[in-house]
Design a protein around this ligand. Sequence first.
Ligand code: NAG
Ligand code: NAG
Length: 368
Amino acid sequence: MRSFTVAAAFAALAVANPLPQEIDWAAVDALAPIPTVTIPVVDVAAKASTVAYEPSAAATSVAAEVKASGVDTDATSGLKVRAAAVTCKPQPLGAGPTVSPDTPEAFLAYGDFATAANSASTPEGYYNSFTNLNASSSAYGYMGYTLLNEYSTQTCASKCDAIEGCAAFNIYFERDPTLNPNDASCANPPSTTNIKCVFWGGPVSTSNAKNFGQYRKDFHVVIAGSNGYTSNKIVTPPGYTDPIYLGNAAINAPFDCNGKDTYLGVRIFQKGPFDISKCAAACTAQADYARAHPPSNGAAIKTCQYYNTYMLLKNGEAVGQYCALYDHSWPSKYATNFGQYRGSDQYTIEWSYISSNATDAAAACQPK
Ligand SMILES: *[C@@H]1O[C@H](CO)[C@@H](O)[C@H](O)[C@H]1NC(C)=O
Ligand SMILES: *[C@@H]1O[C@H](CO)[C@@H](O)[C@H](O)[C@H]1NC(C)=O
């Protein structure tokens, strides 16, 4: 597939699927799994770390890749693991309250953590994805974290807003060791409570809040009062209409009133945060390519005028950003694919958006 031209790959995929918008298993199977991100427990070097993202550069590189090949198998870059620290090195104290007795059980049962989580307000521009869990998120597109002085969803949201590509955040209390427990002499030191604010490039949800902590030697790191918020604010890619949010449903377009298939094919992105502009760039690049390579039999040129992009999840974990391209636009009432089973694996859809070419939407003739 990799060496196919974009037109050939899209044509092959469109023909191969009798129901064009079913999840394209061939494209999914070609992907490498996304490595699990380990959020540093406490970064002794700095109080904050963020992963930079440049949307216009990402869109440019997507366009170049789409022009070069129709199928995408981006490998994700892992996080650098910090070098081993000095034995029993004192760790910075967190801003959260110290729990007594100093046990993981008491931490999980501590009423003030639940109260803070349950009474937190949902910041403007976000929706509440989950409240008061005892686990943190492993969502799509890790973008770093910061330690807060107080459990403030507003502060965490403003920090997310200031990061290019940040689309969701997770705020929680974490029971951390006061000494780095990397030696038998400090295997289970007293704890401190950090208030963490972690940034993600894709939606957070109960299904991807799966990090229940870990053991560091005998010290048990646990999480309490974990809330997740996902942004409903999105950027309109240049040359396209304001994206319409379809929630957890993908477009399942029928053949049009003339019996024509409007589906062109799919790209799946696995690098960087969820970014609607990447799919818009793929749509433009497909259209440019199609115009430059008209069918030799004189058939009409099929250019991308509309796309549906969403997060595809397998059993709650991100597979990648799915980007389905069409030569005509379909209204949101055709968003009827709420995911599919494949054997015992459940594939679901989140963060689904549609958008059309702003100057030529090419509305599909809907079948009667
Ligand atoms: C974490 O929360 C889940 C769901 O509320 C609960 O079943 C589980 O017992 C909790 N775990 C701990 C260690 O408290
Ligand atoms: C929108 O469609 C028109 C006509 O097909 C095309 O010339 C233009 O390049 C398209 N815009 C984008 C952003 O792809």
